[in-house]
Write a protein that binds this ligand. Sequence first.
Ligand SMILES: NC(=O)c1ccc[n+]([C@@H]2O[C@H](COP(=O)([O-])OP(=O)(O)OC[C@H]3O[C@@H](n4cnc5c(N)ncnc54)[C@H](O)[C@@H]3O)[C@@H](O)[C@H]2O)c1
Length: 365
Amino acid sequence: MAKRDKISKKILVIGGDGIGPEVTRWGKRVLEAVAEKYGHEFVFDEGLMGHAAIEATGNPLPDDTLEKARKSDAILFGAIGHPKYDQDPSLKVRPEQGLLRIRKELGLYANLRPIKLFDELLSASSIKPEVLKGADILFFRELTGDVYFGEKKKADDGSWASDLMIYHAYEVERIARKAFEAARLRRKKLCSVDKANVLESSRLWRAVVQRVAADYPDVQCSHMFVDNAAMQLIRDPLQFDVILTANLFGDILTDEASQIAGSMGMLASASVGDGTGLYEPIHGSAPDIAGKGLANPLASILSAALMLQIGFQMQEEADAVLRAVEQVLKKGYRTVDIADKHTENSMIVGTDGMGQQIIQQLAYS
Ligand SMILES: NC(=O)c1ccc[n+]([C@@H]2O[C@H](COP(=O)([O-])OP(=O)(O)OC[C@H]3O[C@@H](n4cnc5c(N)ncnc54)[C@H](O)[C@@H]3O)[C@@H](O)[C@H]2O)c1
């Protein structure tokens, strides 16, 4: 392997709550191993967010964390959440406020979620292997618009409530450009998912995507209604390359699509804008297994790989991490969430056992 020029990056690590710190530790260890192997310099800092931050400072996103985030080249994040808040929705200061605020402050408008099934986990899915084999989808979910942020109203007497579904053309255009750029580097197919037969905001969405598509004649652009997309994802996931969609549709479709990859513990995501990006597993703080050493660290490790690929344009380094994950799965190592009675010779390991296998594999390959 030829060593490239040394690259220096500042990375903020926010473990968060529950299994967050347990798995993020291994995402960080993998980044350290990559720096060592390729002669780069990654300087790490730590920050608090979520329940841990509320306990320590009363604020789910302390100023100190935000300041460090702004000065970093990338953020590796674990998860936030604690049963205390889930059991009492009336609590005013909440862990998720930290995550929503950091996304807003850093202008993270695009959530990228790669859905890739490792062949070794084919039999761990509830979908037929012949339907899944080769599935490789990259979702672009818009993150800062839609019903989540439109005007909210409700009648005083509780007889009606409404959430405004609103998009501005610039919001659609900026994420569409990112999605087309990504499609160019993949199989050059982009499917924009909307509900343009019914919704005005979807008609705007489609018109903007069509206009942007004209700048990318090398990418085959198609449009699909969201109800059909929900069905097609499970019927024939191989037809998709890049899927571009709005906030609400993306929220629902990406959870559905996570089943294509087997387990929540396998899925990474990147939230990006025009500056520092945030890289995180899609799963939450999993209080049911927190502190037991059972959590699958691969989603955090794959989030670190996304940081290398998207945040730092280190494709070779990112590929090395993906290969290491593939090899370790091929050798039969499984955390409980991806263990499968049909897998012969599989070896059940905990969080640290899986993390150590990946580090060793990275060093050898
Ligand atoms: N981005 C985030 O930080 C985020 C996302 C979703 C939920 N949450 C929060 O997390 C808390 C728990 O929520 P939930 O239980 O609905 O979702 P969850 O993702 O935490 O857990 C769902 C199920 O998946 C399992 N699981 C999740 N990650 C795993 C891993 N890496 N390895 C093995 N198994 C794993 C858990 O044990 C659990 O059974 C809540 O407080 C919620 O608000 C945070």
